[in-house]
Write a protein that binds this ligand. Structure first.
Ligand code: MN
Length: 739
């Protein structure tokens, strides 16, 4: 690793920048350096007073990150962003400042790295790790953000020892679960191995030391064995006219460790620690070389893999064959072209498309993303610093999704635009049903608040809160919408059942029989062809089955209606009206005239009233606002002024119509009010349609004042939308017609 000691202790930022640029040019000659130069100076200034936990100047970190990026042959924009990747987090500098100085691209990359840092994976679960990797890609917007993050992580892992052990474990674990598989997915072999081995070192220090020492101890042996294979192979390849480069390499420590765990074998028995790489110029030569190798040594059949004809999902291509040497030593040969070698070590993003878990499946659905990936695949041919090449790095694969956390750290994937309510239903139907809002990153938000990737969401519930139709507008996901609909349907069904039961029992009570309703149920259901009594109630409650059909059934069984109290009274009234003056009305000052109350509007004491002279039946008294009054208003000479006598001895009749949202207990609540006032209900009808209640009551009222009090009480009921005195319920009463 490069040492920046001299550079960092330089007193002049200009001189330090000069040194740094020279180092960059060493690994990447020809790269344009203006942007890197000014980014270096800016970073120097921004971090000049900061010190790392190790005691080093903070600048050592961004400079190292930028250097790792340069070694990966990344462009000047990415290297500049690497130098600046911590300035948004640690200094007063803003994204706009960066955009102005270094351009949108640099600003967006730095912003992307800053956003990703705010999020830490909290659970160790494979499926979650996969979602987490997706989230990183989605938040990054540009793959270079992820690559800077890799470099950042590598440098942090290299210098991790200064942090507390708990933190070290968390970072190392996250590296193995998230970053290293992501690097693998992106085809960046070299980065993956370094992340693996660094994390391994921190996570299992003694196992790491053990393996390193064994690898070192077997070094001399290994060299000897390698040479025993490499020498004869070189000669044979030359004889065949194949121009090949061979290189032995130790397996990476973490991969040795994984193999030992997987196969349950000790170090010595992990036989493929030895590997020889043979790099040739063409695919044809790969197979030619394979033939040469198999001519020299015996292959282990089950260890042969042709990743050239069937590349790995991340684009890796090579032929692997394991052969047995003279002394029984075993070696894995990896045959590949130069291009394949480059792809294996550096190949960004490349070919992760083809399978490997859910990610690729989702990508392959999206043609646009496919096009983007095809462009990437062409990359290896022409690695330049050109801007249009880096256009291909833009990630818009997961724009349709957001990723949010539960308080326990589980990741929930939702479509973009999803709300708190969607989140609640995604976690659990019960949470959604009672959801009243959520704490989003600690702030209380309403159910309709739109969520963003990376937020942590704690759903707030209230057991008495239940879904309503209006909540549908906050639910964007099919899951939430169907859950709400289902809940509403169930609730509506229950309401219908309750209402239908009330209606039918009420009607049944009016029949002149002592048999309980239940005794009729089996036969009634059969008669109507309905499966169960709940369903019967529901159909009646919904208005799908007219109450009258049920009543006809009883009529057919000769069960007749009792005379309703209201009817009895009104019949009685009919017999007495016209014969005897009801008490309570003064015509002029006389109280013994033939006066009767008009049945069309049933005035009660306190109402504005007007009298009309009828033929032979005395004076009929109407409410002043009765529609019938208008019919003979013009007949001035028949109108008679009448007034209430203060005696108020008589009962008066009023019809009230109440409409509103139906719910259980509404009827009870209203009738309880009538009872409070000692008002008798002489008749009533109850209808419900589409969860709207339509209730009509005939009441015996003492006077207008009492009626007003009752109306006020009813209006206070939340569900009641309208309560009105019915004025024209006998508008066709021709008795009132003066003709
Ligand atoms: Mn950093």
């Amino acid at each position: 690793m490069d040492n920046f000691q001299a550079l960092l202790s330089s007193s002049s930022p200009e001189a330090a920048a000069e040194q740094f640029i020279n180092k960059i040019l060493e690994v990447n000659p020809g790269i344009s350096t203006d942007l890197i130069h000014s980014a270096f100076l800016f970073s120097w200034d921004a971090h000049k007073d900061q010190v790392r936990k190790s005691g080093e100047p903070y600048l050592a970190h961004p400079v190292s990150v930028a250097m790792i990026l340069a070694e990966q042959k990344l462009d000047s924009v990415t290297i500049a962003a690497g130098l600046l990747h911590d300035v948004l987090e640690d200094t007063p500098c803003t994204q706009e400042d960066l955009a102005k100085r270094f351009g949108e691209d640099v600003a967006l990359l730095v912003d992307g790295v800053t956003k990703i840092r705010a999020i830490q994976m909290k659970t160790r679960e494979d499926r979650q790790a996969e979602t987490y990797r997706k989230m990183l890609l989605s938040m990054a917007k540009d793959l270079r953000v992820i690559i800077i993050k890799f470099a950042d992580r590598i440098h942090n892992l290299r210098t991790l020892k200064y942090l507390d052990p708990e933190k070290i474990r968390a970072i190392a674990t996250e590296t193995l679960d998230v970053y290293s598989p992501l690097a693998m997915r992106l085809g960046m072999g070299r980065i993956k191995w370094e992340l693996d081995d660094l994390a391994f070192k921190h996570l299992y220090p003694s196992d790491y030391k053990d393996i390193v020492s064994k690898v070192v101890a077997s070094h001399t042996d290994r060299e000897a064995i390698l040479e025993a294979f490499e020498g004869p192979l070189r000669t044979a390849l030359e004889q065949e006219g194949i121009n090949a480069t061979t290189a032995g390499r130790p397996k990476h420590f973490y991969s040795i460790y994984n193999k030992m765990l997987k196969r349950g074998k000790p170090f010595d028995e992990i036989y493929d620690i030895l590997a020889l790489r043979i790099i040739v110029n063409s695919v044809k030569e790969c197979y030619h070389a394979l033939g040469v190798i198999h001519g020299l040594w015996m292959p282990v059949q089950e260890r042969f893999k042709d990743y050239i004809s069937a590349p790995k999902s991340n684009g890796y291509r090579s032929i692997h064959t394991t052969v047995v040497g003279k002394q029984g030593s075993v070696i894995e040969m990896q045959i590949r072209t130069w291009e394949m070698n480059k792809t294996a070590e550096e190949g960004i993003a490349a070919h992760w498309l083809y399978k490997d878990g859910g990610l690729a499946d989702e990508i392959s659905k999206d043609d646009k993303a496919l096009g983007w990936l095809k462009n990437i695949i062409g990359w290896q041919e022409n690695l330049t610093d050109s801007a249009e090449f880096y256009e291909f790095f833009r990630v818009d694969l997961f724009d349709a999704e957001i990723f949010v956390f539960t308080p326990q750290g589980s990741l929930i994937t939702l479509p973009k635009g999803s709300t708190v309510l969607d989140f609640a239903f995604a976690v659990h139907t019960k949470l959604g049903t009672h959801c009243i809002g959520a704490k989003v990153d600690g702030h209380v938000e309403p159910v309709g608040a739109e969520l963003k990737s990376g937020q942590s969401v704690e759903v707030l519930t209230l057991n008495t809160k239940t879904p309503s139709v209006s909540m549908l507008r906050y639910a964007k996901t099919p899951k939430a919408r169907s859950a709400i609909r289902q809940w509403l349907n169930n609730a509506e069904k229950q309401n219908s059942v309750d209402l239908g039961k009330k209606m039918i029992l009420h009607a049944y009570e009016e029949l002149n029989t002592n048999t309980p309703f239940d005794n009729h149920v089996p036969e009634l259901l059969q008669h109507l062809g309905i499966g169960n009594v709940e369903r019967l109630y529901e159909l009646i409650g919904r208005g799908d089955l007219p109450e009258s059909r049920v009543m006809k059934y009883f009529q057919a069984r000769k069960i007749k209606k009792k005379a309703a109290p209201f009817e009895m009274v009104s019949q009685f009234m009919k017999t007495i009206t016209g014969q005897k003056s009801p008490q309570g009305i003064l015509v002029g000052s006389q109280d013994n005239l033939m006066v009767r109350y008009a049945e069309c509007c049933n005035p009660i004491p306190g109402d504005q009233i007007i009298g009309f002279l009828t033929k032979g039946r005395g004076i009929s008294v109407h409410r002043a606002d009765c529609p019938n009054v208008k019919l003979f208003e013009d007949d001035d000479d028949r109108a008679i002024e009448v007034n209430w006598d203060s005696g108020e001895l008589k009962k008066h009749y009023v019809t009230l119509n109440i409409r509103g949202d139906d719910r259980c207990g509404l009827l009870n609540e209203i009738t309880a009010i009538f009872m409070d006032f000692g008002v008798n209900i002489t008749n009533g009808t109850v209808k419900s349609l589409n969860r709207k209640a339509d209730l009509t009551f005939h009441l015996e009222i003492r006077n207008l004042n009492q009626l007003k009090q009752i109306l006020r009480r009813i209006q206070k009921i939340k569900e009641v939308e309208n309560v009105a005195r019915v004025k024209d319920y006998i508008s066709d009463d021709d008795e009132e017609n003066p003709e």
